[in-house]
Design a protein around this ligand. Structure first.
Ligand code: PMP
Length: 374
């Protein structure tokens, strides 16, 4: 039985993308590869709203993107402010500590959005080289208000570089690198971009590139100055890219832009609304007060055991994810991003309801389905 993979990434990959990936391997410095890279990078700029950004696609997961963001712009004895809405925001703190960067973190309780006044206060109190913000934290499902945080940086500390993690957002929700004065944005291939895991996509602003030139980076493979010549001309070599994953990403981005990015955003909003209407009818609580269109994190009703629930659901062919950190065991996370369809989600919602019923939780299935379809 083919599983319906509804964890919040990796997400299901369409046949045409899988086919592109199984094309014969070609030389990573051939004109054919260079053309694919060139077209992919122009899609990347559009995805991020980054006409003025310098785009990169690098072999490695989203965490490499996070690491490239910090190691290229933060020098010796400089500080970073991490604005965290959960487990993946926290990762920036861990990463900064790991590479020896002074870091302060601010974080509201799970599901809440950061109080913007606290961001303002922090930026007034101390000079930070960079501020990191996770657009959608995949642990809580919170959609960060990137634009408002950007305005505060501009008002209080415009020299602070703005780093945005778009791993669970890019493609599923609008991002405006230029307008929001973002300095580094990064994402991964495996979520709303409906491509297998293994690529990180980034854009750097001109001043972030200048900053890199002024410091000694704590990375070799991730040094943007090593990669810029390759991104400008794909026949150049620095390190061998995962050629076939690039085929896959290229195909998936072609599909997305054929549908139109606006329509793709709308599709995500529509699916999120349907899933939430349905589970509201079931009586589940959404963790996020400002929920993202790409995934939902729900708390279980009293008496539902996490492992039993997800185990039974998997037997029915639907895979959802456990909750993380302080929410572990208390709920489940369900992706509704990338190539998933309304019909697939209807199947999933029905099976989830059936699983709840089997576990003794009473649900009016008809009403739930009606809520999903309305
Ligand atoms: N940031 C966010 C918001 C994520 O959801 C994830 C992965 N789930 C990461 C960063 C790390 O990405 P990866 O697992 O691809 O390294």
């Amino acid at each position: 039985m083919k599983e319906l993979l509804l964890i919040p990434g990796p997400t299901p990959v369409q046949e045409d993308v899988l086919e592109a990936m199984s094309e014969p391997v070609i030389s990573h410095t051939s004109p054919e590869f260079a053309n694919i890279l060139k077209e992919t990078l122009s899609f990347v700029k559009e995805l991020f709203g980054a006409k003025n950004g310098f785009p990169f696609v690098i072999t490695g997961s989203g965490t490499l993107g996070m690491e490239m963001a910090l190691t290229n712009i933060v020098g010796e004895n400089e500080s970073v402010l991490v604005v965290s809405h959960g487990y993946f925001g926290d990762r920036f703190e861990e990463l900064a500590k790991h590479i020896g960067i002074d870091v302060d973190k601010i974080k509201p309780v799970a599901g809440e959005h950061i109080d913007l006044e606290i961001v303002r206060q922090k930026l007034k109190e101390k000079h930070y080289t960079a501020l990191t913000l996770t657009h959608v934290d995949t642990s809580t499902g919170v959609l960060a208000d990137v634009e408002s945080v950007s305005k505060i940086i501009q008002e209080v500390s415009p020299e602070t570089l703005f780093v945005v993690d778009g791993v669970c957002a890019t493609g599923g929700v609008r991002e405006e690198f230029d307008n929001w004065k973002i300095d580094v944005i990064l994402t991964g291939s495996q979520k709303a971009l409906a491509t297998p895991p293994g690529l990180t996509l980034l854009a750097f602003s001109q001043r972030a590139i200048e900053k890199r030139k002024s410091i000694k980076p704590r990375t070799y493979y991730g040094d943007i100055l090593k990669w810029m010549p390759v991104m400008e001309d794909g026949t150049k070599y620095f390190a061998t890219p995962s050629v076939n994953l690039f085929f896959a990403l290229h195909q998936s981005l072609k599909d997305i832009f054929e549908m139109g990015l606006e329509n793709y955003f709308k599709k995500h909003e529509d699916l999120a609304r349907r899933v939430r209407n349905a589970f509201n009818e079931v009586g589940l609580t959404l963790v996020a007060k400002r929920p993202a269109p790409t995934l939902s994190v729900f708390l279980y009703p009293e008496g539902i055991d996490d492992k039993t629930f997800r185990g039974k659901l998997k037997e029915k062919g639907v895979v959802v994810a456990n909750t993380l950190a302080e929410l572990y065991g208390k709920g489940f996370r369900m992706g509704h991003m990338g190539s998933v369809t309304k019909d697939e989600l209807l199947v999933a919602v029905t099976k989830i309801v059936e699983t709840f019923e089997e576990l003794g939780y009473k649900v009016n299935k008809g009403k739930v389905i009606e809520a999903f379809l309305s």
